[in-house]
Unconditional design. Structure first.
Ligand code: NAD
Length: 499
């Protein structure tokens, strides 16, 4: 792992005046509402920027539209387009230590998580989708004799890409790479708490002249900028990752403007079922713990409810608590740190409030339950890994997304009961189960209501496998060929052999 680049980051932050990028140039925003970004691990101010207002967003969308209609991007040869897409990945790889440093300063996750988990995938996704530029085929359709009917995959147009603060660069790259590979132009809007890596990426794309002007555009800001993008008639598609509530607002905005296409990756409350017959319980407990508390449990697919068969419940609970009590919170740049700071103050308060709710509801607090007061964590937004036992599915902590280091343990007696509890949620992003019974494994694959089901290994991800939820966890998929459906429109062409 390369060393963090803290001195470089300090200098860059002192000098940086880049906050709005469109049409191939850095612009002075008309919006003047300041947003102060805080380092969540120290409470220190990182930087302040003016949020883009609706007019700024509209200008960025207009630049993207004009670039889409020009020949500069759409009409590049496929080989050249693929090369440009790959170059973005290469530049991310080259600047991985810088970008990982900015990500950890802004988001509070450990530097190791940024550098080892987020950065390689942010780069590699460009290689993956560059490979698809000349492989996403249309079809010849078996219609009646005398006619030829075929389909063509065409870019949609201007794609507004709105991302949250938990994996700021990575989740943006999951969208930018397939959108550009299919010939679209993009306007990216990160969450205001975590804009730094995308500002730096825009600088690198600009300095290296990787893309023609207007193909990649960046606006900064919160709800106002996001809403302006979703309402803009110039935007043809929104790909959004964030909460279910905001997803609902975007559906309304799209409906009120131009019925733009939508991909929505929303909230989750993943259950993991642990049956008494599971093999190697220690490894399962380690995996569940890691899957839950890495990235300070600000992950949409994290296990939030562990459903444990009654006979192994005490052993499981005890082992999870033992691990949680040893977990070290603190400076994201210290090698000994295992859990960084929660990303922002409102969210930190929301998590602590859920812990209060859990106690009031009568769940049994097994460990954690408070902010971390150790010397290395005192000034930041650190919460001790928290585990509640004897949680009932009727409790709010079992039903609502907390999105922080709070794990609910629930008991079950039978498979039917476990499945009923697991599916009793508005969410359907991910679910998992551990059992040595092969027939049960296959049964659970069909019975669990989730877009991603992890059996005997929780949390598997690969570019070749679709990522996304069902129920109120989302519409559409990211990753794999499935993502490309969201960044293309299918045209059906009919030709009669004899006119
Ligand atoms: P959020 O919905 O508050 O914000 C997400 C983004 O939407 C931000 O960029 C925000 O500025 C913008 N936004 C806010 N109001 C808007 C509006 N009215 N119109 C358009 N954009 C608007 O979510 P968050 O708190 O940043 O992120 C946490 C949520 O994201 C959790 O619910 C988590 O489960 C979800 N998430 C889902 C996935 C997934 O793949 N399913 C991945 C990561 C996070």
């Amino acid at each position: 792992m390369e060393q963090p680049r803290l001195d470089w980051a300090r200098d860059w932050l002192n000098k940086n005046s880049h906050t709005l990028y469109y049409g191939g140039e850095w612009r002075k925003p008309e919006g003047s509402t300041p947003f102060t970004s805080i380092n969540p691990a120290t409470g220190a101010k990182l930087w302040e920027f003016p949020e883009s207002n609706a007019k700024d967003v509209e200008r960025a969308a207009a630049a993207a539209k004009s670039a889409f209609h020009s020949a500069a991007w759409r009409d590049l040869s496929r080989a050249e387009r693929a090369t440009r897409v790959k170059r973005i990945g290469a530049v991310i790889r080259e600047h991985a230590a810088e970008l990982a440093t900015l990500e950890s300063l802004d988001n509070g996750k450990t530097y190791a998580e940024s550098f080892v988990d987020d950065l390689p995938e942010s780069a590699d996704v460009f290689d993956y989708y560059a490979g698809w530029v000349d492989k996403f085929y249309g079809e010849t359709c078996p219609v009646e004799r005398g006619f030829l009917n075929y389909t063509v995959k065409e870019p949609i147009g201007v794609c507004g890409l709105i991302v949250p603060w938990n994996f700021p660069l990575l989740l943006a790259c999951w969208k930018i790479a397939p959108a550009l590979a299919m010939g679209n132009t993009v306007v990216v809007k990160p969450a205001p708490f975590t804009s730094l890596t995308l500002v730096r990426l825009a600088e690198l794309i600009h300095e290296r002249q990787i893309l023609p002007p207007g193909v990649f555009n960046l606006v900064l800001g919160g709800g106002e900028a996001g809403q302006a993008l979703s309402q803009s008639p110039l935007v043809d598609k929104i790909s959004f990752t964030g909460s279910t509530a905001t997803g609902g607002h975007i559906v309304q905005s799209a409906g009120k403007s131009n019925l733009k296409a939508l991909t929505l990756e929303l909230g989750g409350k993943a259950p993991v079922l642990c049956f008494a017959d599971l093999k190697n319980p220690d490894a399962v407990i380690q995996r569940i713990f890691q899957a839950t508390f890495s990235h300070k449990a600000e992950k949409c697919t994290e296990p939030a409810r562990i459903l444990i068969e009654e006979s192994i419940y005490d052993k499981f609970a005890h082992a999870l608590v033992e691990k949680a009590e040893k977990f070290r919170c603190g400076d994201p740049f210290a090698e000994s740190t295992q859990q960084g700071a929660q990303c922002q103050k409102d969210h930190f308060d929301k998590i602590l409030n859920y812990i209060r709710i859990g106690k009031d509801e009568g769940a049994k607090l097994l460990c954690g339950g408070e902010r971390d007061s150790s010397p290395s964590a005192q000034n930041g937004l650190f919460i001790r890994p928290t585990i509640f036992g004897n949680v009932k599915q009727s409790m709010r902590i079992a039903r609502e997304e907390i999105f922080g280091p709070v794990l609910c343990l629930q008991k079950f007696k039978t498979e039917d009961e476990a499945v009923q509890i697991a599916n009793d949620t508005i969410y359907g992003l991910a679910a998992g189960a551990y059992t040595a019974d092969n027939s049960r494994t296959h049964r659970l694959a069909t019975r669990l209501e989730a877009g991603m089901v992890f059996l005997n290994h929780y949390g598997c991800y690969h570019f070749a496998s679709p990522f996304g939820g069902i129920k109120q966890s989302g519409w559409g998929k990211e990753m794999a060929v499935h993502s490309l459906d969201g960044y293309t429109k299918t045209k059906s062409v009919w030709i009669r052999y004899e006119p």
